[in-house]
Design a binder for this molecule. Structure first.
Ligand code: ZN
Length: 258
């Protein structure tokens, strides 16, 4: 059972440098428990080592659409050719070959057993949404895909807080249809028992909100605090550019956080 304070990491996307930087920051903050909201792999160059870190460090973890595509070889949850090519690469790296090492087998087994939803008392953990755990994007009101009717359908499934990822945009969405956004490292949003929340942890490995620093959140029981962590983006980018199976723009976008 997770007890606050605990960290929420999502959409690590095989970005080892970002993942290591976030884990170091979590340690610096003295946080001992971590929940992972999926998309451990996909897009990035280091699926194996990032799985190792999640397996070792996270007390709760759910499957994301990229993880699902990688473990089943089913690409119906991915929309574009760049994502699909990255999954081919990821499977190539991860799928155990004959005489695979114990570590390779452990990584694969870990990816295969990730559940779609975890519920602990009034908290739920999912990649997309409680209605469609792998696929549904739930955006805040700053986004073109903001959809009040969608929230009316989702909030009855939320007990108190649903922690999610998938959009790569950090946001706190309240059941009264108002939203709150972190403005910088250390931004915190207060939470009350009377309201329900969908809390998006943002993305560790491929932020898209214009801030290239890795993003994660800390649930403190009565507040959620966001942290931004600088990491060696250029190193990750160079690895992607050196990998023919990974499109160059997957590296370039990391520089802009878009
Ligand atoms: Zn993702």
């Amino acid at each position: 059972m997770l007890r606050p304070p605990f960290a929420l990491v999502s959409d690590l996307h095989a970005n080892l440098e970002a993942t290591k930087a976030v884990m170091a920051d979590i340690d610096r903050c003295g946080i001992r428990s971590i929940a992972c909201l999926g998309d451990i792999v996909g897009y990035g160059p280091d699926p194996g080592p990032v799985i190792d870190i999640v397996r070792r460090r996270c007390h709760v973890a759910v499957v994301g659409n990229h993880d699902w595509a990688a473990r089943h070889g089913e690409l119906q949850f991915l929309f574009n050719v760049v994502a699909r090519a990255a999954i081919d690469y990821t499977r190539d790296v991860l799928e155990p070959k004959p005489h695979a090492s114990t570590r390779a087998l452990a990584r694969w087994r870990y990816l295969k057993q990730l559940p779609t939803v975890v519920v602990e008392e009034s908290l739920s953990f999912v990649h997309g949404s409680l209605r469609k755990p792998l696929m549904e994007y739930c955006f805040g009101d700053r986004h073109a895909l903001w959809d009040p009717a969608q929230l009316d359908a989702l909030f009855p499934r939320v007990l108190w807080i649903c922690f999610a990822g998938h959009t790569h945009f950090p946001a706190v969405i309240r059941d009264n249809q108002t939203c709150w956004y972190p403005t910088d490292s250390e931004s915190a949003c207060e939470l009350t028992r009377g309201e329900k929340y969908i809390i998006n942890a943002g993305s560790v490995g491929q932020p898209r909100d214009g801030d290239p620093r890795a993003c994660y959140a800390v649930f403190e029981g009565d507040a959620v605090r966001y942290r931004r962590v600088a990491y060696d983006v250029e190193c990750t980018r160079r690895k992607i550019l050196a990998m023919p199976a990974l499109a160059d723009r997957l590296g370039d976008r990391l520089l802009r956080g878009r």
